[in-house]
Write a protein that binds this ligand. Sequence first.
Ligand code: ATP
Length: 247
Amino acid sequence: MLEVKGLDKSFGAIHVTRNVSLKLEKGERRVILGPNGAGKTTLFNQLVGELTPDKGSVILDGEDITPLGVAARAGKGLSRSYQKNTLFDELSLRDNLSLAAAIRTRASRSFFRDSLSDKGVAEIVAETAKLVHLTPHLDLMVSEVSYGIRRQLEVGIALATRPRVILMDEPTSGIGPEMSHAFHAMLNELPRDLTLLIIEHDMDLAFDVADSITVLNYGEVVFDGTPEAAQGSSMLKEIYLGSWEDA
Ligand SMILES: Nc1ncnc2c1ncn2[C@@H]1O[C@H](COP(=O)(O)OP(=O)(O)OP(=O)(O)O)[C@@H](O)[C@H]1O
């Protein structure tokens, strides 16, 4: 479904992504772990098309999408759940989801209100709101809701574009352990054919959702395997300097 082959990226003398290869099957939920500065976000930016790798390729369902930008990749079903400042604060949750759904139904070129009254859009919004547990909150303004609900909405916005793969960069950052576990429970209820690639800093949280774990350290893949194997790895314990014990 999603394959990354030999990605390499440097910023001047700083070598940030070192020959990274990954393979995700359809429906797989893979978590990318790694300490601060390991290169997780830089890798992510190359996957979504915000950064061009120096070497290597990104393949989606057999197609080389490396030359494509963010919008073209999104059009092919590779969606990013954006964090922070990407929601329209003075619009309702329903309108935020409607705009995302309108892009998918290609109604986005029509006048704003026309998009919102499109029947296909309304159906997608209702379905998406249910998936991310936002149905009771749809008519609230984004500015009125908690940080946790915003995080659910960000996933909803990605889902409303009907993606095949969603990439999330630390989707639970800043919402506390209890809400993070609830957020992951929500992710676990999403349709199983949806492929998820999630960057997480906290190993404990990674185990909630991961079918497989990739660990980056100094830009390099140092572990690729099951959560059970990751838990038993003394090398990873060392990388995380004891934080593993909490996992
Ligand atoms: N545009 C850039 N120019 C120069 N250096 C950069 C740039 N972007 C990232 N870096 C450097 O690349 C390294 C990896 O950063 P990156 O943000 O990818 O790591 P990360 O694993 O996501 O870290 P964190 O968990 O702290 O978010 C860091 O040393 C960072 O300073």
